[in-house]
Ligand binder design. Structure first.
Ligand code: DCP
Length: 703
């Protein structure tokens, strides 16, 4: 990795005061007047979630409530978010966001929707393949009417400002990268104009060589402006730029850098040697940070127009906190009803099915609040009652009062329900068909090896790089903006694959924009990567430990919920009935089945087999030692168990070995949690017992 490595042309387009703009479009007479969008009338005029620039000029901020805004600015119009089922209904804002994305996509660029009102765009292909015949003299200042160049501000003469920039660009030794960014800026001007023309919404943009730089450039000049951050200006810019405002550094990682390593600006990080960063965090995170502080970010723009998850959550603060099963059940019904409705709509529009349902609970803890998530397979019927019942069962199983882990009453302060792990609807049904056909004909199984899918990422309750506060209830559409989503590495950066839809498909519109296209460059590297390729990127290093720390301080009791961490599920004993996951074994959803760990999958397949009287699929193999049936993918580890058991027998024949430890291992299914420690006062015996326990605990998950 090096500072010269990345020459992509990336933009971040962010709508200005988006919710207010949506309201203003409905009320055109109010345009130009100070206005805010608030949620909930009840207390002090409601919490402000969006403020237009007229109101900002009068001193109104998002931290205020409606009443305070009126005190500051008596003319301020307060729009209220519509409510449905007792909570915010964000449908019209979400739909407005989709309109904008459609316009962006019509330009033939790679678009990654990052939140309800912003998207990353990779223009590298368009710029390299279509536009390279240009020279700086082909670009007029008028083509960059709202553009700023960092390092070239304050001026309209030939030295600074856009004039000065273009003049410098026309010199023979001009930097090729600066030239591409400028062409990118011209394209983004056109896009923003098209967005305004087609939707009536104004937006701002940042243009740079990567997502991190584009995002921070976008915030420099707002509203209705765009900013180019040339790579040559980055180091200077970083000397004063607060790191907490940088994408990915707004959360705990940034806090550690600030509080422990005394870094306040990005430039401060560059003073720390890579080795120290690696030691403090881990090798991968340390290296990533080292380059990040130098303006390098290989995170690809992943073609994605649809959200990764569909969900909603609701806060219950103060007296509204939920302290009974009835209240929790009622709100889970409301949340599931909304999620179910949106999932149906999503299925109709996007032909995809969600396979996983995640419920998030925040509790008032004994000492401090804490939250946990549990995930369940989601049935394609999207039955809201069934969804709510399953969620309630999972939530009640975790009740710490029931488990005797808490002295104080159980009080829920936030509930969230979210559906994710989408699969193509057609593909999903054809997979099921294939499975049953092949099962009958005893052919090779088509169930994919889904070990990677066993783990379920924790879904955050908030979005947008932890900059959001939680005063608002959210209809959550997770677009993948969490810190844990991707830790870019050299490997994933160099493996960038262009999605088919973008290879060689530069839209006519983009071509028309630059009419004097003289020659096309060839062999351009593919700039964007399909998100699907990225879905299974695991949390590692600092981010992984962070997210794991965040979840589940209370012990597991629910086997029904699939493990919520990225660790391998260590439990092989089914303490729940299979019917709880699949009430009808004649209609097992294979996509859901594929999400289960192998030993659970095996048990479900065995249950289907015995119910239907089938001979079974080629999935199974019989162990020739114990004659038990296992999935093919389990048998390797199971054989190892027998080998280890043999070894253990040999140890037991040695004089110092405790025979009972051998018995323990042989019968490890039964004594897995036995606390008996034979010969515990003898040194050797203790050693052997330890060894035995190690092997036991390893094989406990596979036998
Ligand atoms: N939003 C929300 N809750 C918050 C913050 C924002 O529901 N705590 C909503 C309202 C915003 C929209 O998300 O209009 C986009 O958020 P931004 O942070 O992009 O803010 P705005 O678009 O309102 O303003 P800006 O012009 O600063 O981007």
């Amino acid at each position: 990795m090096n500072a010269e490595g990345d020459r992509r042309v990336i933009a971040l387009i962010d709508m200005d005061c988006f919710y207010v703009q949506v309201e203003e479009r409905e009320n055109p007479n109010n345009k130009g007047k100070p206005a805010c969008v608030v949620q909930y009338r009840k207390w002090k005029g409601g919490g402000i979630i969006s403020v237009n620039y007229e109101a900002r000029a009068a001193g109104v901020t998002r931290q205020m409530r409606g009443d305070e805004a009126r005190e500051k600015c008596p003319d301020c119009i307060l729009y209220r978010v519509p409510e449905r089922r007792g909570k915010a209904d964000l449908t019209k804002y979400r739909d407005g966001g989709k309109e904008v994305i459609d316009v962006m996509c019509s330009f033939g660029v790679c678009v990654e929707r990052a939140s309800i009102d912003e998207a990353y765009i990779d223009m590298t292909m368009v710029i390299e393949q279509t536009l390279l015949g240009y020279t700086a003299t082909d670009i007029n200042v008028e083509e960059l009417p709202n553009t700023h160049f960092v390092g070239w501000e304050n001026g309209t003469d030939d030295v600074k400002g856009v004039h000065g920039w273009l003049k410098a660009l026309s010199k023979e030794d001009c930097n090729d990268n600066d030239w591409k960014l400028t062409l990118g800026a011209v394209l983004v001007e056109k896009m923003r104009a098209a967005i305004y023309e087609k939707t009536g919404f104004r937006c701002s943009a940042g243009i740079a060589n990567n997502k991190m730089l584009a995002k921070l450039a976008c915030g420099i000049n707002k509203p209705n402006k765009q900013t180019v951050l040339p790579f040559t200006s980055v180091q200077e810019f970083f000397t004063t730029f607060p790191l907490k405002k940088v994408r990915n550094l707004g959360g705990k990682l940034g806090l550690t850098l600030r509080e422990e390593l005394q870094c306040t600006t990005m430039a401060d990080i560059t003073r720390i040697p890579e080795k120290i960063l690696q030691e403090r965090f881990d090798t991968k995170t340390g290296t990533w940070l080292y380059w990040y502080a130098r303006g390098i970010d290989h995170d690809p723009v992943s073609s994605r127009r649809l959200p990764k998850s569909i969900g909603c959550n609701k806060n219950f603060t103060g007296l509204a906190a939920l302290d009974s099963e009835d209240k929790i059940g009622h709100w889970l019904e409301e949340l599931c009803a909304e999620v179910s409705e949106r999932l149906e709509k999503d299925r109709g529009t996007n032909c995809r099915l969600a396979k996983l349902l995640t419920v998030t609970v925040r509790l008032e803890g004994d000492i401090r609040p804490y939250s946990y998530t549990r995930s369940l397979p989601l049935h394609s019927s999207y039955d809201k009652t069934r969804m709510a019942k399953s969620c309630l069962a999972v939530v009640m199983k975790e009740n710490p009062c029931k488990q005797g882990n808490s002295k104080t009453p159980w009080v829920v302060t936030c509930l969230g329900v979210s559906a994710s792990k989408f699969v193509d609807q057609l593909e999903s049904s054809s997979r099921i068909d294939r499975f049953f056909t092949q099962s009958k004909a005893s052919k090779q199984s088509t169930i994919p090896n889904t070990e990677n899918e066993e783990s379920v990422d924790e879904e955050p309750l908030h979005r947008k790089d932890e900059l959001y506060d939680l005063h608002a209830d959210q209809e959550e559409e997770e677009f993948g903006m969490t810190e844990i989503d991707n830790i870019p590495t050299e490997t994933n950066a160099s493996n960038i694959i262009a999605p088919e839809s973008h290879v060689g498909q530069i839209s006519d519109l983009s071509k028309e924009i630059f009419q004097e296209n003289k020659e096309k460059s060839s062999g351009a590297s593919s700039p964007c990567r399909s998100r699907e390729k990225n879905e299974n990127v695991k949390k590692t290093g600092f981010f992984a430990s962070r997210s794991l720390k965040k979840c589940v301080p209370i012990p597991h009791s629910s086997e029904e919920s699939i493990a919520q961490s990225s660790q391998v599920n260590p439990v092989n004993q089914t303490t729940f009935s299979i019917e709880e996951i699949f009430p009808d074994l004649n209609q097992v959803d294979m996509e859901t089945l594929a999400l289960l760990p192998p030993h659970l999958r095996r048990q479900v397949l065995q249950a289907i087999q015995s119910k239907q009287g089938n001979e079974g699929t080629d999935e199974f193999v019989v162990c020739d030692k114990c004659k038990e049936q296992f999935l093919k993918e389990e048998i390797g580890e199971h054989n190892d168990f027998h080998v280890a058991a043999e070894l253990q027998k040999e140890f037991s024949l040695q004089p110092s070995t405790s025979r009972s430890s051998v018995n323990n291992l042989e019968g490890s299914k039964v004594v897995k949690n036995s606390s008996k420690r034979p010969l515990k006062n003898q040194k050797n015996a203790t050693k052997d017992t330890k060894r035995s326990r190690t092997i036991e605990s390893f094989f406990g998950s596979s036998v």
